[in-house]
Design a protein around this ligand. Structure first.
Ligand code: 5GP
Length: 218
């Protein structure tokens, strides 16, 4: 047990950094539905920007903070963008079944701490995971009621441009991410919904409609 998102207060609130983003206002009843939405899509498609925009507009939604063995990029904050952990800690979390899903992606491990997601859903908050394809497939099996959304680039050329222009990764890493991106896009048909990210605010609006729109039949 590593304590990520575990409730050690006895109050039902998470004691860890996960879950602290919740404001003081109760959210129960605020949302017409509270289910899990998985947002996937190839590296460089703009998942973080779109999810960041959603978060600004709707802070009461629970946005999962993953664990990863990848080192932080400049500007990334531990506990906010990811929980940066070592491989031994990651393996322990897997062994203890503390991760809702997990995957290896271009040489690093990533996973979703299970407890805070389940707590958010119990609290009546929709929850969003921003994860890659293997993880999305695991969630499909573990929680068939979850909705899987794939964020798509306007075109392959645009994606290559975004990935090579990011400048945060060595050439080899960019190549690996492009190969992975091709595989991810080939799986678009497995997803319930596909949203094209030509404009971050438009894509965030479309996703928010899917997550908290009042049409409870969708
Ligand atoms: P990055 O290293 O660029 O932050 O993330 C690499 C990929 O891992 C992205 O596609 C991102 O969505 C995905 N990812 C981030 N967190 C998780 C997670 O908890 N589980 C899985 N399966 N993928 C994740």
């Amino acid at each position: 047990m590593t304590g990520f998102g575990q409730d050690t207060t006895g109050s039902g609130e998470s004691a860890g950094p996960i879950g602290r983003d919740r404001g003081d206002e109760p959210v129960a009843g605020k949302f017409p539905r509270h289910r899990l939405t998985v947002v996937s899509g190839p590296s460089g498609v703009g998942k973080s920007s779109v999810v960041g925009e959603m978060r600004r507009r709707e802070p009461d939604i629970y946005f999962s903070v993953s664990v990863t063995t990848r080192p932080p990029r400049p500007g990334e904050v531990d506990g906010e963008h990811y929980h940066f952990i070592d491989r031994a800690t990651f393996d322990k979390m897997v062994a203890n079944d503390e991760l809702l899903e997990h995957a290896e992606f271009t040489g690093n491990c990533y996973g979703t701490p299970r407890a805070p997601v389940e707590q958010a859903l119990r609290d009546g908050r929709p929850a969003i995971l921003e994860i890659e394809l293997q993880g999305a497939r695991q969630v499909r099996v573990a929680m068939p009621e979850a909705r899987l959304v794939m964020l798509m680039p306007p075109s392959w050329e645009e994606l290559v441009g975004r990935l090579t222009g990011r400048g945060t990764e060595a050439e080899e890493a960019v190549k690996a991410r492009l190969a992975e991106a091709e595989r991810e896009l080939a799986a678009a048909g497995e997803f319930d919904v596909r949203v094209v990210n030509a404009d971050v605010r438009v894509a965030a609006g479309e996703l928010l409609d899917l997550v908290i729109g009042t049409d409870v039949t969708t």
